[in-house]
Design a protein around this ligand. Structure first.
Ligand code: IDP
Ligand code: MG
Length: 157
């Protein structure tokens, strides 16, 4: 019943020294990190990741931005992790994103909006396979606080 999602800390988050701040928000929420790496990802991989936006006017600049420096790729696990992370991240345009969200608290830009989060189970599956193609990079483990983060009887039955 636990779900996985792919999160990227975009080059602006890395360059602005916000890796720790954003990871802390994810951990504090009670989501579990099952994969984590920092890398300047190849253009081909980024193009494939954003292929749904291929025809959009912002696509070339988006690919350029996402390959301009190191990115942190994170595999996250939790109940309804995809939706929970999308809420934590906030609206795409950081200026419109609600206070309390990552984009709402930390950003001012539409394009340089700090974080990517998969938007559906299909997207999560595809994106996790792209960024963690080697399954040994993902760890199977159970956080000790799991039964305090959730009600075991109500939520993890
Ligand atoms: P999302 O990241 O909130 O899911 P998407 O619509 O999937 O937003 O767009 C992917 C990324 O492309 C955004 O996070 C943002 O960096 C960039 N982007 C999307 N729409 C625009 C736009 O209208 N102007 C500039 N950048 C955009
Ligand atoms: Mg998207």
């Amino acid at each position: 019943m636990l779900e996985r999602t792919l999160i990227l800390l975009k080059p602006d988050a890395v360059q602005r020294g916000l890796i720790g701040e954003i990871l802390q928000r994810i951990e504090k929420k009670g989501l579990q990190i099952v994969g984590l790496k920092l890398r300047q990802f190849p253009r081909k991989l980024v193009e494939e990741h954003y292929s749904v936006h291929k025809e959009r006017p912002f696509y070339p600049k988006l690919v350029q931005f996402m390959t301009s420096g190191p990115v942190v790729a994170i595999a996250i696990e939790g109940k309804e992790a995809i939706e929970v992370m999308r809420k934590l991240i906030g609206k795409t345009n950081s200026r419109q994103a609600e206070p309390g969200t990552i984009r709402g608290d930390l950003g001012m830009s539409f394009s340089n909006n700090l974080v990517h989060g998969s938007d559906s189970p299909e997207a999560a599956k595809k994106e996790l396979a792209l960024f963690f193609s080697d399954a040994t990079e993902l760890c199977e483990w159970t956080q000790p606080a799991l039964e305090w983060i959730y009600s075991v009887q109500e939520e993890l039955a």
